[in-house]
Design a protein around this ligand. Structure first.
Ligand SMILES: C[S@@+](CC[C@H](N)C(=O)[O-])C[C@H]1O[C@@H](n2cnc3c(N)ncnc32)[C@H](O)[C@@H]1O
Length: 241
């Protein structure tokens, strides 16, 4: 998969492209991250990428010509990270991870000329209800979430067991030692009984989701097993109150 990132600040991505899972995925050619310097597409004498807003106001607006020029060099869906889009989700990332090529267009200052969004942008995506200085960090967030679900980047079971993939939060994890100064791990995890371990994990996932993100359970079609656990958890909760 190829991810193009159009930015006025290409150095932002230097380490991002080298480190950890993303670095290895690039090295093994599972993904390509192509950083496009928007300044290279500013053809005027001063290489000006932004200008004052029509109608006045304090902030600068990113000009449309350089962006139109840069977009001529790419194919596939164009994504504009923006606080005004729907919030990014695991599901959306999964859908995007099967695309051959996508482009993330990083805004800065007040944002980009609205005509780019009207004419060239397929999706506006927010990473949360707050405003960052630019689209570079949101672009990294999106790239990272998408890349780990591109086939071959990490094991499928790894991301499928993570929070949100099947609509639940993940269960707790522990590693050695099993007893650290009296801080013990749940016995079941060293029982060697796989069915019991699976049941414990599912119960923990449901319990956490119920306590921390109950809205995730609202439209869930519970399996038989999940229904049983939910009844048990609800009873426990009633007894506590
Ligand atoms: C200072 S912001 C512009 C905010 C814009 N004037 C508004 O209020 O909607 C500059 C750029 O950062 C990016 N950005 C800021 N917050 C974001 C968020 N929550 N999600 C995704 N991108 C964001 C966008 O690309 C945006 O063009």
């Amino acid at each position: 998969m190829k991810i193009n990132i159009i930015t006025l600040f290409p150095e932002f991505f230097d380490n991002f492209k080298k480190e950890s899972i993303i670095g290895r995925a690039i090295e093994s050619q599972k993904i390509e991250i192509n950083i496009i310097n928007l300044r290279d597409f500013c053809y005027d004498k001063h290489k000006q990428a932004d200008d004052m807003a029509f109608g006045g106001g304090p902030g600068m607006v990113m000009k449309l010509e350089p962006i139109f020029n840069a977009l001529e060099t790419v194919t596939g869906k164009v994504i504009y990270p923006s606080p005004q889009g729907p919030v990014f989700t695991q599901k959306l990332a999964l859908d995007l991870s099967i695309e051959k090529e996508i482009t993330i267009l990083c805004g800065h200052y007040e944002g980009i000329d609205e005509r780019v969004i009207e004419e060239k942008v397929d999706l506006e995506i927010s990473i949360g209800d707050y405003v960052l200085t630019g689209g570079e960090i949101p672009a990294m967030v999106m790239c990272d979430v998408i890349a780990r679900m591109v086939p071959g980047v990490i094991k499928k079971e790894s991301y499928e067991n993570d929070s949100f993939f099947d609509g639940l939060l993940d269960h707790p994890h522990y590693t050695r030692p099993s007893d650290f100064k009296g801080l013990k791990i749940p016995e079941v995890l060293i029982s060697g009984h796989h069915k019991n371990i699976d049941n414990w994990r599912l119960e923990q996932s449901l319990k956490r989701t119920m306590e921390r993100r109950p809205e995730l359970l609202e439209n869930r079609e519970f399996t038989k097993e999940e229904k049983k656990i939910m009844e048990k958890l609800e009873k426990k909760l009633l007894n506590q109150n």
